[in-house]
Design a protein around this ligand. Structure first.
Ligand code: FES
Ligand code: FE2
Length: 380
């Protein structure tokens, strides 16, 4: 199915089949993964108004420590002030807009612009602006960094540029309580990885929400996985994969780390693959978790960012650095296999003959997320 004529792209009739119950439903039209106009509207409605995951507050423990990230809303920075408070700012200079801090993590005494050396303190106040005292009426107090909303959930940090967005707590809905037993506040990020993948962000997010592909794509590594649907309300969905032991090491390997002591119910008996809409996955198993975010760089390009996390007590164990290699090995294999199949799907979705297909019985969560996309992009 080639793209409908301009005006027809957002006609609700194209998406009605995705809103059918799973057995009768059809996948999203291929243009949802390729078309720039669809992409722009999706970014405006699914991404911009919402909260954006940045990292964990334990990554920036000291005054001047910061996490800088390039998001759909542009570059942002979360920095710990001299008063130990965390603040979020748009990472853009108030003079002529240069980006202030490079993406990543670091530490600074002040935030100094690389272009003309305007300098801001850790609270975002402009403290130095060479020669600007010669400009009549120039008042430094009027040119502080632009503050953003900062949301926290059990140590994890989100930012929002939307003053009208509900509080993070409200946005997370029942997600917050459902997964609190993982004691995320005690988690520590032990490694981060970033990948640039030539496919639409939904290709990767959907892949992270079904186990149908595991017996094929991960046949020689993770093997076939079997997951169950999870009831959810609000801006998230999840799969649960029952298994008594951590799946963060390869099948046949023994996971060397203790289970998180606060786990209860299904969390103690398996792994949750969650997705906070639109793009943030918390994959939580019995001894660790990994946070995966899918950042659209365009209709057919996505940056995948992964933060690998363990409880602080585990990361402090003697021998952790050696034992954790088993986990890194499993994670990198799995992620690279997923990042490898995404562009293959993307290439096929470019076919002008592509028509929406049926969902398999184990793709209930993909269907759920696709319905959220339709409701947000088309009806929103
Ligand atoms: S753009 Fe930052 S000082 Fe000029
Ligand atoms: Fe996978």
């Amino acid at each position: 199915m080639s793209n409908p004529a301009n005006g027809g792209l957002f006609d609700r009739s194209h998406y009605a089949a995705t809103l059918e119950p799973l057995v009768n439903a059809r996948t999203l039209p291929a243009w949802c993964y390729t078309d720039p106009k669809f992409h722009h509207r999706e970014v405006d409605r699914c991404f911009r108004p919402n909260w954006h995951f940045v990292g964990h507050e334990s990554e920036i423990p000291a005054a001047g420590d910061y996490i800088s990230a390039d998001l759909v809303i542009g570059p942002v920075v979360v920095v710990r002030g001299s008063d130990r408070e965390l603040r979020a700012f748009a990472n853009t200079c108030r003079h002529r807009g240069a980006r202030l801090l490079e993406a990543g993590q670091g530490s600074c005494k002040a935030i100094s612009c690389p272009y003309h050396s305007w300098t801001y303190n850790l609270s975002g106040e402009l403290r130095g602006a060479p020669s600007m005292n010669e400009v009549p009426g120039f008042d430094r107090a009027e040119w502080s960094l632009i503050g953003l909303r900062l949301g926290r959930y059990e140590g994890f940090l989100w930012v929002s540029a939307n003053d009208a967005a509900p509080d993070l707590e409200e946005y997370l809905g029942d997600f917050a309580d459902r997964f609190r037993c993982y004691d995320f506040a005690a988690m520590r990020v032990v490694r981060r990885e970033t990948y640039d993948v030539p496919c639409n962000w939904k290709v990767l997010a959907e892949n992270a929400l079904e186990d149908y592909h595991t017996g094929t794509v991960h046949a020689g590594s993770l093997g076939q996985q079997h997951s169950e649907s999870v009831e959810s309300t609000g801006n998230w969905c999840a799969l649960h994969m029952p298994q008594e032991t951590s799946i963060a090491v390869l099948p046949g390997e023994t996971a060397p780390f203790p289970h998180i002591p606060t786990l209860e119910g299904e969390a103690a008996e398996g792994t949750f693959f969650t997705m906070l809409y639109p793009n943030t996955q918390f994959a939580c198993t019995q001894d660790c978790m990994w946070c995966v975010t899918f950042h659209p760089l365009g209709p057919e390009r996505t940056e995948v960012r992964v933060a690998f996390c363990f409880p602080e007590a585990t990361a402090a164990r003697k021998g952790f650095a050696a034992d954790v290699e088993k986990y890194f090995h499993r994670w990198i294999i799995g992620i690279e296999e997923d990042n490898g199949i995404g562009p293959v799907q993307q290439q096929g979705l470019r076919s002008s003959s592509s028509v929406p297909g049926p969902y398999g019985p184990r793709e209930f969560t993909v269907h759920k997320m696709n319905q959220w996309i339709v409701r947000t992009v088309i009806d929103g």
